[in-house]
Write a protein that binds this ligand. Structure first.
Ligand SMILES: Cc1cc2nc3c(=O)[nH]c(=O)nc-3n(C[C@H](O)[C@H](O)[C@H](O)COP(=O)(O)OP(=O)(O)OC[C@H]3O[C@@H](n4cnc5c(N)ncnc54)[C@H](O)[C@@H]3O)c2cc1C
Length: 475
């Protein structure tokens, strides 16, 4: 009887919030929950990771994770354009900005993050944008119609994606980065140098080791001034200087926060109030904030499992990222910022063709700590898997790195729990289950049924291998 069901209220219809709904429907074996979702954006949950495809002709609807009929079929009540304003923990209610009060038995906060806007003059000018939502992309596209020069503030993963989009739109594009090389959070100096060169070869200008003093113009932006006084003409400026967790609802409701912000969660992803969970970019675990989707999906699964009385807990995941720019193969996995005093290194490189691969190894040569890959990254999956499994090194570390120019064909012997697609958090077991359940035959059918490889696409080869192996040999 629906009256007896417990109300689960989800704040935020983003990637983590949506994954939580899917997983709760799967784990709610006794049909004891009814789900209501409040989402402030005007469209249902979409694949934010693939936002850049909107620059090349895709529309919002191509990115949507589930259409209206999915919500009605599963009786998930979705309130779009609805922003939660406050939580009353004593009453177990949430009040939205339109005054509507929603009761809950369990609350899941999945409010994500917002772009960090640095405290510099001129960020309010017309033509200054951020890059987070389809509305932001529409704004950038509109501005680009009359613009000639774009400046991107921030040379991280998002900044480079935005820079490539502006270049493709025909704008004279400059990236400003305060560190000495691009992707400074992921790479080391040598890898950064190679990447800088490749980005400049694409026709994107770089201003490294410098900061923006002000963004200038009357109503509309005209130029960006650097701290040395140089002015770069620009009629479009995109700020990509990191993100801040949307933790205000938790803060106002006096939930514990992490030391760097974010709503603090335990390994059950429960907050300091056991009836309230926090997942995705708004959550802080062991004082760590996560800006990637894989940990967000893992947290969503743990919250759903906890409600479904299934024993799953959240473990800190190995940071792993790839640059999603055509033709540029750049990846970093694990910890990459140790010096030679602290760790040993194993290299494969040929700078003349822009290939540089480095493993960071513990001084006792027992553990892999991290890796940086530029130019060739086919080792990515195996290195990530090695780190996810505790980092034990194979007998020779070179088994993890192919010589430059040679294909890397290591067999990845995967267990059911091993994650194949980190963007969409699809395990080998999920793929095998989907094949059995829906009688799938081809990798394309598997990708469409599970979303594996549908975001950054870097696991495509692994999805194909896992599918073929299971369809042909049942293992
Ligand atoms: C351009 C771009 C490219 C990216 N590429 C990658 C990538 O390649 N790999 C990767 O791992 N990650 C990538 N990311 C990061 C990834 O998209 C995020 O980690 C992921 O979206 C976080 O999911 P989330 O559900 O926590 O937050 P979100 O997806 O941001 O969802 C939160 C939702 O909550 C809503 N909300 C906030 N406050 C309220 C409120 N008070 N009431 C109601 N609703 C509210 C927000 O409007 C939003 O819709 C990328 C991000 C961007 C912007």
């Amino acid at each position: 009887m629906s009256e007896q069901k417990k109300q689960v209220l989800v704040i935020g219809n983003g990637m983590a919030g949506f994954r939580f709904c899917e997983k709760l429907l799967e784990y709610d074996a006794h049909h004891q929950y009814r789900i209501t979702v409040l989402g402030e954006e005007p469209i249902p949950a979409y694949d934010r990771v693939s936002l850049s495809t909107l620059f090349s002709g895709k529309s919002d609807t191509d990115l949507i994770l589930a259409e209206d009929r999915w919500y009605s079929y599963y009786k998930v009540t979705l309130k779009l354009g609805t922003r939660a304003q406050s939580i009353n923990r004593a009453e177990k209610t949430v009040t939205a900005t339109d005054g509507t009060v929603y009761a809950y038995d369990y609350l899941v906060i999945a409010t994500g993050a917002r772009p960090h806007i640095p405290a510099i003059e001129g960020t309010e000018l017309d033509g200054v944008r951020v890059y987070r939502t389809p509305a932001d992309v529409k704004g950038i596209l509109q501005a680009s119609r009359t613009a000639t020069g774009a400046v991107i503030i921030g040379g991280g993963l998002l900044g480079l994606e935005a820079a490539e989009a502006c270049r493709e739109l025909g704008l004279e594009t400059t990236v400003i980065e305060r560190e000495a090389f691009l992707l400074a959070c992921q790479l080391d100096e040598m890898a950064g140098e190679i990447l800088d060169k490749k980005i400049e070869e694409l026709g994107i200008h770089l201003r490294l080791n410098t900061q923006v003093k002000s963004i200038e113009g009357r109503v509309k932006v005209d130029r960006v001034r650097l701290e040395d006084g140089t002015a770069i003409p620009a009629d479009l400026v995109i700020i990509a200087t990191g993100i801040l967790p949307n933790d205000e609802l938790g803060r106002d409701a006096r939930l514990e926060l992490g030391s760097r912000g974010g709503i603090a969660v335990q390994n059950t992803v429960q907050t300091s109030d056991p009836a309230i969970f926090a997942i995705g970019e708004c959550a802080s675990f062991n004082n760590v904030l996560f800006g990637l989707i894989a940990p967000g999906y893992a947290m969503a699964e743990v919250a759903a499992a906890q409600l479904g009385e299934i024993n799953k807990t959240f473990e800190t995941s190995v940071p792993a990222s790839k640059l999603k720019l055509l033709d540029l193969q750049v990846a970093s996995i694990g910890e990459t910022h140790y010096s030679l005093d602290e760790v040993d290194f194993v290299y494969e490189m040929d700078r003349s063709i822009g290939v540089y691969k480095k493993l960071l190894i513990s001084k006792d040569w027992k553990k892999l700590i991290g890796a940086v890959l530029v130019g060739e990254i086919s080792e990515f999956e195996l290195i990530r898997k090695t780190l996810e499994n505790g980092g034990d090194l194979p007998p020779t570390p070179h088994d993890l790195l192919a010589p430059v120019g040679e294909p890397f064909n290591a067999e990845i012997d995967m267990a059911d729990d091993d994650v194949v697609c980190f963007c969409n958090y699809v395990t080998k077991g999920d793929i095998c289950k989907a094949i059995d359940r829906d009688h799938l035959k081809t990798p394309e059918e598997v990708m469409s049924a599970t979303y594996a490889a549908s975001s950054c696409g870097s696991c495509r080869e692994t999805v194909i291998a896992v599918t073929n192996q299971y369809v042909e040999h049942g293992i």
